[in-house]
Ligand binder design. Structure first.
Ligand SMILES: CC(C)(COP(=O)(O)OP(=O)(O)OC[C@H]1O[C@@H](n2cnc3c(N)ncnc32)[C@H](O)[C@@H]1OP(=O)(O)O)[C@@H](O)C(=O)NCCC(=O)NCCS
Length: 381
């Protein structure tokens, strides 16, 4: 292996930090400048002007859709919103106290039974599979959100976009326009983030030429971990525990003294503000103002001040999405599944890119165990 060794003589890049493991045109994170681009377009432009459906097209095709292309994608998404009956039945069979990410992972895995194209890895068929997956994530999350409370799932409305339809299916009534807009932008902001853990997982599985459902199911497993997708729920739990704005400073001092991490702050790549947090901060504030109570925004802003002062750490994407989703009336444990509703667009774009120029991903391990160990028969051990 031709690899640089560290001071201790190890060639291991712990956590693969700094290792470039794929060439990709899908998204790029500049941690020093605080920039995020999708296929060359700045996230701030997309957040201000685009829609999630446009971003789905952009990520997989490399350019924004023309009107006819967007219409076709929307039609294909709308035509795929509905779930097979047996997948709805499976969701109903899941324990009511199941972790939503476990139910989502199980339902997505089961969807492959009902997709005759799942083993066709051609670009044309894979795009159709990707569209079906993108359309069905929100239907599954909304269905599980209702079924566990003893409510019937609500049929999707094909005329609604993904964000509006999700809120409609979850709550059983058409959402406030501002809420639907905020969710649409939140979906844009979380759609892709280069080789994060779940995307890398998806590419590793796709690299074996396994089907897209297998790759996405594995990615869901990676996203479910608290160091990846779980931080937004943890932020809201923390805000509820802190209780009010006057308790924020004391809570932060106490937590840091105990070496506890404050969720929603810090990032493995960004050294400046996470550009996604800029938009979510604004939405959290405006959502509070519109709903007549800025308590959750005020607390988060105070946390931000304290973390900057005490640790020099800045908010990440999860910091303000927590209070934003809370004020929309979304249950806390659905925040990570909503992240998945967005990230399926990035995962599937990466899987398509992997299939298009595939090489099995197979790194090496530095062996640190013993050698030449004699085999001792069982009765002599
Ligand atoms: C995201 C995260 C894993 C990035 O980690 P990283 O760049 O590898 O940085 P480390 O975890 O090695 O932390 C470096 C230092 O900053 C501290 N730190 C990092 N994030 C912190 C946080 N959120 N709260 C308190 N301290 C934090 C660490 O304790 C460590 O301090 P030390 O040098 O005194 O030991 C980390 O910031 C974190 O756990 N944040 C909270 C979880 C979160 O919000 N995740 C969502 C990410 S989008």
């Amino acid at each position: 292996m031709n690899q640089a060794k560290d001071a201790a003589g190890s060639a291991v890049a712990t956590g693969l930090r700094g290792v470039v493991a794929a060439a990709s045109s899908i998204s790029d994170v500049n941690g020093e400048k605080g920039e995020l681009i999708y296929q060359g377009l700045d996230i701030h432009d997309l957040a201000a002007k685009s829609t999630f459906e446009e971003v789905v097209f952009l990520l997989r095709n490399g350019c924004l859709p023309k009107r006819a292309e967007l219409d076709e994608l929307r039609k294909n998404i709308a035509g795929s919103y509905e779930l097979p009956e047996r997948v709805i039945a499976l969701i109903k069979e899941c324990p009511t106290d199941a972790e939503p990410m476990d139910t989502l992972r199980t339902a997505i895995s089961a969807l492959s039974f009902f997709d005759k194209e799942s083993r066709d890895l051609s670009r044309e068929a894979s795009i159709r599979v990707a569209t079906r997956l993108t359309a069905r994530f929100p239907t599954i999350v909304a269905a599980m959100g209702r079924v566990r409370n003893g409510l019937d799932p609500i049929d999707p409305k094909p005329e609604l976009n993904i964000a509006t339809n999700f809120l409609y299916m979850l709550k059983g009534e058409l959402p406030d326009e501002f809420d639907a807009h905020v969710l649409d932008v939140a979906l844009i902001l979380q759609a892709d983030h280069e080789l994060n853990a779940s995307t890398f997982t998806a590419r590793v599985v796709a690299g074996t030429l396994a089907d897209m459902y297998s790759a996405v199911t594995a990615a869901l497993g990676a996203l479910s971990g608290p160091l990846h997708g779980g931080a937004n729920t943890a932020v809201m739990k923390m805000l509820l525990e802190i209780g009010n704005v006057d308790n924020v400073d004391g809570y932060v001092k106490d937590a840091l003294a105990k070496k506890k991490k404050i969720m929603g702050f810090g990032h493995a790549v960004y050294r400046t503000e996470d550009p996604r947090a800029t938009h979510l901060r604004r939405f959290s504030k405006e959502m509070g103002q519109r709903k007549g109570d800025t308590k959750w925004y005020d607390m988060t802003a105070k946390l931000e001040e304290a973390m900057k002062r005490e640790k020099g750490l800045l908010p990440n994407v999860d910091c303000y999405s927590a209070s934003t989703y809370y004020m929309m009336g979304i249950p806390l444990d659905l925040y990570t599944p909503i992240f998945a509703i967005s990230r399926i667009s990035g995962w599937t774009a990466h899987i398509l890119e992997q299939y298009a120029d595939n090489k099995l991903i197979r790194p090496r391990a530095e062996y640190v165990g013993p050698r030449n160990v004699p085999y001792v028969p069982i009765d002599e051990r």
